[in-house]
Ligand binder design. Structure first.
Ligand SMILES: [Zn+2]
Length: 440
């Protein structure tokens, strides 16, 4: 068989950035801080000179790029949110060569588009690959992929030699199709499974329940959604391999991945500058404290993101990872995106990460989804199995309520199917309430 050259390796922006990040692996904390300061000065100057939108908000706030001589100075700059950029995109964008318009479905329910340039895109791919290297992944490894990519082939499956990957549609995770994917995988022998956690979970559940075999994997690379503990547990159990996850977003302001040893989020310091900020706008400094992720991208030029409010939340672990020694900012977990909280009758917010669905009681259902459009009321939609009786239903209801508390009314709603989103994600919660800051 001919040697497969992974397409990304032909991209010079990708190659250069991979080499740069490799060389930066051993940087001590002081070198990282110095690098970040230079990058912040550069992007702020660029945005000030090349975009009227940033110039205006900096002028209004009385700050100028010249004033940044420390990271503290930078934190006096105003934050920007999705709506500002969405409503005045051209004003916050620069005419950068080769830029293209990209859109995101938006986990917060705000549809959102901006410009991305080829250098940023190459660096984005390289930064992710650089994190995957930590668990042994290399370009050209055989991989099976479950993602929301529309596949027009029969069987919703297609092999892409350019990436050496077998793509399976996450829109078609029903038993008959999953069996076809599995049989093809037995021939192909993938080394990696790349998936949305929600798709990987459905597939793992199928394998476990039907007791069917699957080729041995080196690992599972999750992306694009928050990885919940119950998903990680099942994936680890079924595949007997390490589950790797990272936090990232289309805007390319912050990237944070697991390391070789620990399942915590290591913020990649050459990619962007990340702050965790509490409701009052103060920097979160105590381990265990939660804050909104405010990101500044070092790699995006076409639409710069500077002190950008992501509406995603993380729990700080601290500075430096004792296991791998990287002096990075480390997050204990991503506490869900803003639409991953439910609101109780008394106004409490509960992160879905707190709901443990890895419980025998849920063995009697095929799939589930929480739904909320009224404060204090939650609907639990589920596809029952034949073994699901009245008593199991009551049991499930009781266990869920014990987690939610008595200020939640819970309706149990059996359904025949739970359709994926437009992007092929199987969302754990459909939250139609507009939430602000979910912590007291
Ligand atoms: Zn580490």
């Amino acid at each position: 068989m001919a040697t497969i050259i992974h397409t990304d390796l032909r991209n010079r922006h990708y190659r250069t950035w991979i080499e740069f990040l490799h060389g930066a692996e051993e940087w001590p904390a002081a070198q990282i801080a110095e690098y970040q300061l230079v990058q912040l000065q550069a992007i702020v100057t660029f945005a000030y000179e090349r975009t009227p939108g940033y110039r205006r908000i900096f002028d209004e706030a009385g700050v100028t790029p010249r004033k940044i001589s420390s990271l503290d100075d930078f934190r006096t700059f105003p934050c920007i949110d999705k709506e500002q950029i969405r409503d005045h995109l051209d004003s916050f964008s620069a005419k950068v060569r080769g830029r293209s318009y990209v859109t995101t479905g938006g986990s917060t329910g705000i549809p959102f588009g901006f410009y991305r340039d080829p250098i940023a895109f190459g660096r984005e791919l390289a930064s992710k690959a650089h994190q995957y290297y930590r668990v042994g992944w290399r370009e050209g490894d055989r991989q099976i992929v479950f993602r929301g990519l529309p596949i027009k082939r029969r069987n919703q499956m297609q092999f892409y030699p350019r990436f050496n990957e077998l793509r399976c549609s996450s829109y078609h995770l029903i038993p008959e199709k999953m069996e076809i994917f599995r049989r093809r995988a037995l021939e192909y022998r993938p080394e990696w499974l790349r998936c949305y956690p929600s798709s990987g979970y459905l597939f793992a559940k199928f394998l476990q329940e039907t007791r069917r075999s699957f080729p041995e994997l080196k690992g599972i690379l999750c992306a694009s959604e928050n990885l919940y503990e119950f998903q990680k547990q099942l994936l680890t159990e079924v595949f007997g391999a390490r589950v790797f996850s990272h936090y990232g977003h289309y805007e390319m302001a912050v990237l944070a991945g697991f390391c070789e040893h620990e399942d915590t989020y290591h913020v990649l310091p050459q990619y962007g500058y990340a702050e965790l900020v509490d409701r009052a706008g103060n920097l979160v400094t105590q381990p265990g404290q939660v804050g909104e992720i405010i990101g500044t991208s070092f790699i995006q030029r076409a639409t710069p993101f500077i002190r950008y409010r992501t509406r995603d939340f993380a729990v700080l672990k601290g500075r430096g990872c004792p296991a791998c020694g990287r002096p990075y900012q480390v997050w204990e977990r991503i506490d869900g995106r803003l639409q991953e909280f439910i609101v109780t009758g008394t106004g409490r917010t509960i992160a879905m990460t707190a709901i443990n669905m890895h419980d025998d009681i849920f063995d009697h259902i095929k799939q589930f989804q929480f739904y909320q459009d009224q404060q204090g009321k939650v609907v639990f939609r589920f596809i029952p199995k034949e073994s699901c009786h009245e008593s199991t239903l009551n049991d499930m209801r009781r266990r869920l309520l014990s987690k939610f508390g008595d200020d939640v009314q819970l309706a149990m709603e059996p359904v025949v199917s739970i359709p994926p989103t437009k992007r092929g994600k199987h969302r754990f919660l459909i939250q139609n309430l507009r939430l602000d800051f979910p912590y007291d």
